[in-house]
Design a protein around this ligand. Sequence first.
Ligand code: GRF
Length: 209
Amino acid sequence: MRNIAVLVSGRGTNLQAIIDAVESGYIKANISVVISSRKDALALQRAREHGIEAIYIDPQEFWRDKEHKEEKRVEYDKKIIAELEKRNVDLVILAGYMLMLSPYFVQKYKNRIMNIHPALLPSFPGVNAQKQALEYGVKYTGATVHFVDAEMDHGPIIIQDVVPVYDDDTEETLSERILEKEHKIYVEAVKLFMEGKLRVENRKVKILK
Ligand code: GRF
C-alpha cells in the first residue's frame, strides 16, 4: 500500500474528502500522516478522529527571521521531509496549506506533490481566488488540481472543473459551490495517481486509460 501525507493549515474539508475516499476503499492508499503549520487547525482534529497521526510543526522561527527567510524555509521543510521519510511517503497532498514550499522540497518530491486551487488556473492564483473571480466579473470559474513546482499555483495541471458564477453570488456562496467540486476532483486526482495513470510530460499531464 502506498503512503500519503497531507499538509494542512486550516479546516481540512479537502482532507476529509480524501479520508472518506480512503476509508471507503475508493482510493487504495494509506494516509500515513497529517502535518499542520497551525496548531489549532481543525484538520488536525479531523485526522485524529480517524486514527491518523497528526503533527503540528511550528513555523514561527522561519517567519520571524526575515533576513534568512529562504534558509529558514528550507530548514522548516527539512523537518517536514524527515517526517515523510520516516513513513516512506509516496505522495504529498497540500490541502489548504498556507506556506510556500521551498525549491528544495519541490525538487525532492518532483511530480509527487499535489495542490488544489479554487479557480481555473492560470486565472486568479494566490489568496482569495474566489474574491478575485467575483471582482473580475467572470461568468465561470472553478477548481484546479495540479502538481506543485517552485512557483505559486503554477505546476502541471491534472484536473480542472468549471463552476458558474451567478449575479447574486457572494464570496461565501461562490466558495461553497467551488468547494464541492474541489472535493470531487481532488479525490479523482489522488485515485489516478495511485493507479499509476498520471504521466507528466513537461507542463502536460496525460491521463492514461
Ligand atoms: C480550499 O479552498 C483550497 O482550494 C485552498 O484552500 C482551501 C482549503 O480548504 N487551497 P479546506 O481546509 O480543505 O477546507
